[in-house]
Design a protein around this ligand. Structure first.
Ligand code: SAM
Length: 255
């Protein structure tokens, strides 16, 4: 069937690919991937021959150039499959403009769901999963990171961030400062891989641990919502001071 097929690929364990994604990869007329080498390898692992089908790189830097070709293929009756480097396309990965173009041109759009680090990390975190906000990667500079975190202070949901090992210690330190060090939090590392590990604690304990023992690998940070149960003494003191200050302002206005 002609159309654009978005497929999720494993975030570590190669066997986490779905049977439907394998079917689509085996039958698509045109294959597009953020990283052609890793998709080629994945297809090899699962015994899917590329044959003489085109395998094109599609990512943020060449999207504007490659997109018209893929759209033309679909209008010409071909099926086009797109996979990002790992996990679900468009989740902190390219694919958005491609999907939008297909929608704008009224082309059939299909998604074959599968792995994503955000969902995998949530299920292991021990934090509430009823509501969550996926915040992706925070900005790299400290000041921009802090202001992005400030905008999330009152969000009544578990917060989920992607972060690189290079910045994890600084990110956790800033998160502790801005969101509150006593908030329950988790750091999920190398999910579905050999050295999968989940550390659970508070933003303070995770920040200390990350500073003392730097670790490598892919990481997801999860933070519990603000609640009266995880406000620190210093935060309570600050709130009391604010309330007292407001009362004295009001007293002054009354008299
Ligand atoms: N599209 C992917 C998804 O659906 O999860 C995410 C792509 S994003 C460019 C890569 C980031 O996702 C990593 O820096 C890390 O924060 C997170 N990630 C991906 N794989 C992971 C894994 N196996 N364990 C922990 N985090 C992972």
């Amino acid at each position: 069937e002609p159309g654009l097929y978005l497929v999720a690929t494993p975030i570590g364990a190669a066997r986490d690919i779905t049977l439907r994604t394998l079917d689509i990869l085996a039958s698509a007329d045109v294959i597009a991937a953020e990283d052609t080498r890793s998709l080629r390898k994945l297809m090899e692992i699962h015994g899917i021959a590329l044959g003489d089908r085109p395998l094109l790189a599609y990512h943020d830097h060449n999207g504007a150039r490659v997109r018209p070709r893929l759209m033309a293929d679909i209008s010409g009756g071909k099926s086009v499959v797109y996979a990002s480097e790992a996990g679900t396309p468009m989740v902190a990965d390219p694919g958005f403009d491609l999907a939008r173009a297909a929608i704008a041109e009224g082309m059939p759009l299909t998604s074959a769901p599968g792995p994503s680090a955000v969902i995998t990390a949530l299920t292991l975190s021990g934090l509430p999963t009823d509501r969550f906000l996926f915040a992706g990667f925070l900005p790299n500079t400290a000041s921009q990171r802090k202001s992005a975190l400030s905008a999330l202070v009152d969000v009544p949901a578990t917060l989920v961030f992607y972060e690189s090992p290079k910045r994890i210690a600084a990110m956790l330190r800033d998160a502790a400062t801005v969101l509150g060090g006593s908030r329950p939090a988790a750091l999920a590392r190398e999910l579905t891989k050999k050295f999968e590990e989940v550390q659970r604690g508070t933003l303070d304990t995770l920040a200390e641990e990350a500073a003392a023992h730097p670790r490598k690998g892919e990481m997801v940070v999860l933070v519990d919502r603000a609640s009266s149960q995880n406000i620190s003494f210093s935060e309570i003191e600050e709130m009391l001071q604010d309330a007292l200050a407001q009362m004295s302002v009001r007293d002054a206005a009354d008299t």
